[in-house]
Design a binder for this molecule. Structure first.
Ligand code: AN7
Length: 416
């Protein structure tokens, strides 16, 4: 039977029990399916009959059959062959899985459609999260869709404007905590513990991870069930890389794919506790007290799902790498300018990481690589404007416009 299970001591909890940490050992939980039951559920099922989306995989989601789902058509994002970027970086088979194409502009929607559906199934009337921006934007939208109350705690000053505007317009109660994301998360964990009517939807909630695992399924299906050699993911709180790995492993266990990609996590230099743990082969992370990076989405010093992420990277024989703010911004610009894909800085960390790993000789020219770009560029317009060529102000006159475009001389020569 499908159940929630502690990742450490394996204590089991029902899927209708509201529990965020193991009551015995305090570790985090994951949803576990019975292998046989899953095989029965999907046997004879033709995946191709419904469109590529999170709910194409309904049988693989821990939601009761009769439950009405809360959806805005999430998932089914493009997997774009990036030939020009590939040859620029020295790779012949590069793909971009562009999660900015989701309803609220980030991969978080995959988790929220399942998480908020679960909340409604459990009878919750009030949902909450702490967020660096995208989680709050997504939760606010899905809570609005479900007609339930939403509260979000964000670090003051440091969240991108696009994301803040989303949380606000969807009617969430927005609290700007005078502190960083990690402090905000501590408060929501305590709030959910203390006030049982508030349902917590950070990625500590294993139902969110279930929705996000569809990202792994989709990559496989978009490549005709021949997974890439490597998937590169920006890492913050570490839910996404863990979720993708869970999805890939399930597809493998179901016999749908024959090999597993190397999971590769990228963090910003100023907030890289997971990279540190991987590089020093350590079994614990050392939280970063004051995380800093231009990629505010991944400005997280104490990732709650670090253990799952470290497992995913080690089990898959992948790796982890840091990138500087400068490398992130250069990659964001490059992707926008030679592939036409506009992503937010955190997302560009995957491209910056790829570049670095190719230069270091860790990724070879013939590897098939998928970079996940996690959020849309319009989430953070300020950063994009700051780093781009400024608009040229001109008089409303043809001659001035031609002059600005360098067309003035040619025209006058022709006119003579
Ligand atoms: C664009 O919104 O944590 O490693 O509170 O918005 O699963 O945390 C955002 C994370 C990568 C990192 N890219 O994913 C939040 C939040 C973007 C993001 C991440 C985030 P996780």
């Amino acid at each position: 039977m499908v159940h929630q299970e502690c990742i450490k001591c394996k204590t089991s909890y029902g899927i209708d029990e509201i529990v965020y940490f193991c009551k015995k050992c305090g570790d985090i939980l994951e949803v576990k399916f019975d292998q046989k039951e899953l095989l029965e559920k999907i046997s004879g099922k033709d995946w191709k009959t419904s469109p590529l989306s999170v709910w194409r995989y309904r049988e693989l989601m821990p939601i009761h059959e009769t439950t009405k789902v809360v959806t805005l058509n999430e998932g089914g994002t493009g997997l774009h062959r990036a030939q020009r970027l590939g040859s620029e970086l020295g790779l012949s088979n590069l793909y971009i899985k562009n999660e900015g194409e989701n309803p609220t502009g980030s991969f978080k929607d995959r988790g929220m459609t399942v998480g908020v559906t679960k909340a409604v199934e459990l009878g919750a009337r009030h949902v909450i999260c702490a967020s660096t921006g995208n989680t709050s934007a997504s939760l606010a939208a899905y809570a609005a869709r479900a007609g339930i109350k939403c509260t979000v705690l964000i670090p003051s000053g440091k969240i991108a404007y696009g994301k803040l505007s989303q949380a606000m317009i969807h009617g969430a109660k927005v609290l700007q905590v005078k502190g960083n994301f990690d402090e905000a998360l501590e408060f929501v964990l305590k709030l959910a513990e203390k006030h049982k009517t508030i349902y917590l939807l950070n990625s500590i909630n294993p139902f969110r991870i279930e929705g996000q695992k569809s990202l792994g399924y989709e990559i496989c299906e978009q490549l005709n069930n021949e997974p890439p050699d490597r998937i590169i993911v920006p890492v913050g709180n570490a839910g996404n890389i863990s979720a993708i790995w869970k999805g890939l492993k399930e597809f493998y266990q179901l016999g749908l794919i024959k090999k597993l990609p190397k999971m590769t996590g990228i963090q910003a230099v100023g907030s890289a506790p997971i990279v540190q743990a991987i590089k020093t082969d350590c079994d614990k992370i050392i939280p970063v007290e004051n995380p800093e990076t231009v990629a505010t989405a991944i400005r997280i010093g104490a990732p709650v799902s670090w253990k799952k992420a470290v497992n995913a990277i080690r089990e898959s024989h992948g790796t982890a790498e840091t990138v500087t703010d400068e490398e992130i911004l250069n990659s964001q610009k490059l992707l926008a300018q030679i592939e036409g894909i506009f992503v937010e800085p955190a997302s560009a960390a995957s491209i910056a990481g790829l570049n670095k790993l190719i230069k270091r000789g860790i990724i070879l020219e013939d590897e098939r690589v998928v970079c996940v770009t996690t959020g849309h560029g319009l989430k953070d317009p300020d950063t994009a404007v700051k780093m781009s060529e400024k608009p040229i102000e001109v008089d409303a006159e043809m001659t001035a416009i031609e002059e600005a475009l360098g067309l003035r001389n040619k025209v006058s020569i022709l006119a003579q």
